[in-house]
Design a protein around this ligand. Structure first.
Ligand SMILES: [Fe+2]
Length: 380
């Protein structure tokens, strides 16, 4: 069953500056290259409440790799590992550790998306490619973005199968309950020194995005470390890509630490939305997911800053959930520690109650929490 099939081209315009010539209907899937996809799948099922969806590997005719597909509401993860040595997936893992390779975007016309973006300067990753099986056909194409990350355009109007051609339904006996994650709210890219504007321009010129918001090092700095960030979004607002670059501080920026350990630019965090952050984070903590914490003093004056909220403060404080407000409402958010051995990727859990921003009011408390972690790793 596809949960992504209820939209037409007539989407409301959320970001008036964006051209939206593609247009993008949503995130189709996120593919991570990982050292051991079987065990990673178990982690995302057990700890994160994803449901097994599809599989491709030796049993389905693949010779060199294996992929497990997991789903939770509208979020689809593909976990891929190589089965032999020396190939491009191995090289990716050797360079970056486990990490996001593909941010796949759902489109009505993958050929058009390829032609439009490459004509506007995108570097080609995959020419339009029609793939069929007994459940229909899918057209793929792809372009490069920052680092070794790529965007694959997926046109699936004429496909009725479980995921994509070549995949079979994966229905293991072991499953774990959902934790209430709904959709990808945003995905953040870390890029190198002075590269933020270059990549924002890429999303503007090549993809037709427009800038929603920007933060400079005065917004995002502590006594020691700093970064800069701009948020790019497509016209219907379904795709939001903040781009971060390091900024000079007295000590090493968390973005610089990421770039060193990831060996270049890449996806820093995936923000997953929930309708009930207290229930979601309680479940995740009980299943072993580790979150950054803020000192209890954060909660002493937080309501003075954000005003009245629907939730009781006690469970938010107990779970270290952060609160921020903008002109349109408020949001609740929390960040995991890195979910890999390298201090690279982490996950954000976010519940929006009207707010469309990204938690600027929490940056200082958050970055002080990250600095405590960097200190413990000896990378501050
Ligand atoms: Fe975020």
């Amino acid at each position: 069953m596809s949960t992504l099939d209820n939209t037409s081209l007539k989407l409301p315009k959320e970001n008036p500056g964006a051209e939206d010539f593609l247009p993008l209907l949503g995130t189709d899937y996120v593919e991570l290259y990982v050292g051991n996809a079987k065990q990673a799948a178990h982690y995302y099922i057990s700890a994160w409440g994803f449901q097994p969806l599809a599989y491709a590997g030796l049993e389905t005719g693949l010779k060199d790799r294996v992929s497990y597909v997991l789903q939770q509401d509208k979020i689809r993860l593909v976990l891929t590992s190589p089965l032999k040595s020396g190939g491009p997936i191995n090289k990716h893992i050797d360079a970056h550790g486990d990490g996001v390779k593909v941010i796949a975007l759902w489109v009505d016309d993958a050929t058009h998306s390829y032609n439009e973006t490459t004509a506007r300067g995108a570097k080609a990753y995959m020419k339009p490619n029609r793939v069929k099986d007994e459940n229909g056909e899918v057209v793929f194409s792809g372009i490069h973005t920052y680092g070794e990350t790529v965007h694959v355009f997926v046109e699936r109007t004429n496909y009725q199968g479980v995921f994509l051609p070549g995949y079979v339904k994966w229905d293991p006996r072991y499953k774990a309950p959902s934790v209430g994650l709904k959709y990808i709210d945003h995905m953040v890219g870390n890029v190198g020194w002075n590269e933020m504007d270059k990549w924002c321009k890429f999303y503007e010129e090549v993809m037709g995005f427009a800038q929603l918001i920007s933060f400079d090092d005065k917004d995002i700095s502590t006594e020691y470390t700093a970064l800069m960030s701009k948020v790019m979004s497509n016209g219907n607002g379904r795709i939001k890509f903040p781009i971060n670059e390091p900024a000079e501080g007295r000590k090493k920026s968390q973005i610089e630490e990421y770039i060193e350990f990831y060996n270049g630019a890449g996806v820093q965090h995936i923000a997953l939305a929930t309708d009930n952050i207290i229930e979601t984070v309680t479940a995740l903590r009980n299943r072993g997911v580790e979150f950054l914490t803020v000192p209890p003093s954060y909660y002493e004056d937080v309501l003075d800053r954000v005003g009245e909220i629907d939730e009781n403060l006690a469970p938010l404080k107990e779970l270290s959930i952060l609160i921020d407000r903008d002109e349109e409402g408020y949001l609740l958010q929390i960040f995991t520690k890195p979910i890999l051995d390298r201090p690279t990727m982490f996950i954000e859990i976010i519940q929006r109650k009207g707010a469309k921003s990204f938690g600027k009011g929490n940056f200082k408390a958050l970055f002080e929490a990250i600095e405590r972690e960097q200190e413990s790793r000896g990378t501050l």
